[in-house]
Ligand binder design. Sequence first.
Ligand code: GTP
Length: 236
Amino acid sequence: MRHVGVWRGVAVFTLANIALALTITGVAMRLAGLEHRLLGYTIALTCSITIMPPLIAGLLALIQRLDRAERALHRLARTDELTGLPNRRALLQAAAPAHSGDGPTALLFIDIDHFKRVNDAHGHQTGDEILQYVSAEIANRLRHGDQLCRYGGEEFAALLPATDAATAHDLAERIRRHLARTSIVLDNDDRVSVTLSIGIATTHDVDTARIHRLIDRADRAVYRAKHAGRNCTRQA
Ligand SMILES: Nc1nc2c(ncn2[C@@H]2O[C@H](COP(=O)(O)OP(=O)(O)OP(=O)(O)O)[C@@H](O)[C@H]2O)c(=O)[nH]1
């Protein structure tokens, strides 16, 4: 549809320019009292047709560059710079297509435990690397169609379409157990382990408006996991 619009625009632009060239020529010749109208119109038409292709090519190149810039901006606004994952805004927008009608949608809210201590002990730079590592490990354990985002700080959210509470719980526990038994080897050969607290909420009706309620419920479940001692999963 976008391309049809561009070509329509080019056609209108071309015709408008030819009409403008002919009109200006006609008026100028009348004012100058010149008689050779046919010759004048032929020159105007030839000139406008000659300059039209490079003008249109330049115009199309400009439109393409603007289009690419707009898409890049759109992508940047929806992507977390550190992990390359979609960000919270992208998750909220993804909620509508997630409603597939194939059963409930589950949301995992995943929070790294005591991440402040990791930063304090190893530095912010290492903390960043651990966030990248953890995000990749979570992403590797999700299924095709699941959507993981970095919700903020040391929090991730995964939207799982067509997933009931039991399946979501199995998936969450697989992720949690994997991270708990993994040592992350740092550049200086130090080893760090992190654990996760995970909250799960499910719903039959997820859409852009209701996703906030689903996230709140999963967030409250994480809070309960933290209070239960961390490194565990809780259902809303
Ligand atoms: N390295 C790094 N740290 C971050 C980033 N975003 C947030 N943090 C840190 O994450 C830590 C979160 O700390 P808290 O909210 O106290 O939570 P916590 O220490 O994980 O404790 P619990 O959640 O209660 O287990 C803070 O120290 C933030 O500075 C980031 O992009 N990079």
